[in-house]
Design a protein around this ligand. Structure first.
Ligand SMILES: *[C@@H]1O[C@H](CO)[C@@H](O)[C@H](O)[C@H]1NC(C)=O
Ligand SMILES: *[C@@H]1O[C@H](CO)[C@@H](O)[C@H](O)[C@H]1NC(C)=O
Ligand SMILES: *[C@@H]1O[C@H](CO)[C@@H](O)[C@H](O)[C@H]1NC(C)=O
Ligand SMILES: *[C@@H]1O[C@H](CO)[C@@H](O)[C@H](O)[C@H]1NC(C)=O
Ligand SMILES: *[C@@H]1O[C@H](CO)[C@@H](O)[C@H](O)[C@H]1NC(C)=O
Ligand SMILES: *[C@@H]1O[C@H](CO)[C@@H](O)[C@H](O)[C@H]1NC(C)=O
Length: 372
């Protein structure tokens, strides 16, 4: 009898029968470098350790432009630059739509920018690919801060400027969008007493599960929730046993088992925005074990317990159904030193050309004040 129970359980775990899930990982395409798009800054590749893996980041460094003469480029030797650390949102990576717009704005103001990929994403190492894990993402943020503030950066591969640059470990800004916006607030709360972090930008931040998932959870129904839970448990068990992951789409449409249900129109618009060749060969799939963690991840609660005492710049969209503006208003109330700007935008639109250039300038002004 007991044997049969064990066999039945083993089958349940090892053979996911749900037609909405798939089994399998993918091999990331090798990273071949980024073509520098501008003479005004350079982009360097950096790897840093997080946990037992290596994450990859692009370090944007401002360059003296050609109108400046050699003497001013000498002044640039051994300088200390404030740095804005950036990372992407849910199931995303740094080459996705929009991040470069903000990064370029910041570097044009003379800040270094460190835009990195979470473990298992983009040019970062790790299997299974595209593992969404708030716990690990937050660790990656911590590792990125520790790395970039202690790195000595070699600038001599550029002919204009010949010295070393160091990032000013006393002037760190954090920038996150959506899920990443939740992470920067969580990290700022964890580092509440770390005076080196002087400003935080959280655009359309994810703050608590209930807000953004209540609606879609209702739509999923009890059966849908059970299927997700089972898939999550199966994937966790398979991960533990070193078997290929159980995956579902990161973004899907209503009726499909997906991490983030969307409308066909929004899904298509989102995917169409992304580069054709994505770092690491990103696919719209993620291991379901991440779902088990999501329930317990609450940046709002972190902020409530250890409110950061530094300036915080919040951006919310009036038509944002994923990270609604009234929830962002709540976190604004918890943070006396915060400001919020509200745009007539959906979650998707806020990264787009109608908002990002203008909002990016405001963010850069904000960081300029923080870095003084
Ligand atoms: C070069 O720098 C000067 C002074 O900072 C600025 O006015 C000019 O627009 C810059 N040129 C370019 C091409 O960015
Ligand atoms: C700096 O870069 C130059 C050229 O790429 C290289 O020859 C040199 O070894 C580097 N120095 C350090 C300290 O990494
Ligand atoms: C630096 O100068 C050398 C020789 O003048 C040239 O071959 C090389 O491409 C230049 N490197 C960069 C990064 O501009
Ligand atoms: C860079 O430094 C090297 C060694 O100190 C020197 O020979 C070279 O002329 C410098 N280049 C510039 C552009 O300052
Ligand atoms: C920051 O310091 C205060 C006072 O020492 C302490 O009560 C608080 O727990 C610290 N916050 C964190 C996140 O460690
Ligand atoms: C907000 O944008 C939507 C869609 O572009 C438009 O229909 C609406 O009139 C705008 N609302 C305001 C207050 O401007």
């Amino acid at each position: 009898m007991l044997t049969w129970v064990v066999v039945a359980l083993a089958i349940l775990v090892l053979v996911p029968l749900d037609p909405g899930v798939r089994v399998g990982d993918f091999e990331p395409t090798p990273y071949t470098g980024k073509v520098n798009p501008s003479p005004n800054y350079m982009i360097q590749d950096h790897y840093f350790q997080s946990g037992d893996l290596h994450c990859h980041g692009w370090l944007y460094l401002p360059l003296p432009n050609s109108t400046e003469d050699a003497s001013s480029s000498n002044n640039n030797n051994n300088e200390k630059l404030p740095v804005v650390i950036m990372a992407s949102g849910f199931g995303e990576q740094k080459d996705f739509f929009g991040f470069d717009v903000y990064a370029e704005e910041f570097v044009s103001r003379g800040f270094a920018v460190f835009l990195f990929d979470y473990r298992n994403f983009g040019a970062s190492k790790g299997h299974p690919r595209n593992l969404v894990s708030p716990k690990r993402h937050v660790q990656d943020w911590q590792s990125a801060i520790d790395y970039i503030t202690t790195a000595t950066i070699n600038k001599s591969n550029n002919n204009n400027s010949n010295g070393t640059i160091t990032v000013d470990s006393q002037r760190i800004g954090l920038w996150g969008m959506s899920f990443g916006g939740g992470h920067v607030l969580t990290v700022a709360s964890q580092r509440q007493n770390d005076t080196r972090i002087v400003g935080v930008v959280a655009q359309a931040p994810f703050l608590k599960t209930s807000a953004s998932t209540k609606k879609s959870s209702k739509k999923r129904g009890k059966l849908g929730k059970f299927r997700l839970l089972l898939a999550g448990l199966q994937d966790a068990a398979r991960g533990y046993m070193g078997l290929p992951p159980v995956v579902i789409p990161i973004l899907g449409i209503k009726g499909q088992l997906a991490m983030m249900p969307s409308t066909p129109k929004n899904l298509e618009a989102y995917l169409a925005q992304q580069p054709t060749l994505k770092l690491g060969g990103w696919r719209n799939q993620a291991p379901t074990r991440g779902l088990l963690e999501l329930k317990f991840y609450c940046p709002m609660e972190s902020v409530r317990q250890n409110p950061p005492r530094i300036p915080v710049f919040l951006v919310s969209g009036t038509r944002d159904a994923v990270c609604p503006s009234h929830v962002i208003e709540q976190v604004h109330q918890l943070l006396p030193q915060s400001q919020v700007i509200t745009r007539n935008a959906s979650h998707l639109e806020i990264m787009g050309p109608d908002h990002a250039p203008q909002v990016g300038q405001k963010m850069a002004n904000f960081f300029e004040d923080c870095f003084r």
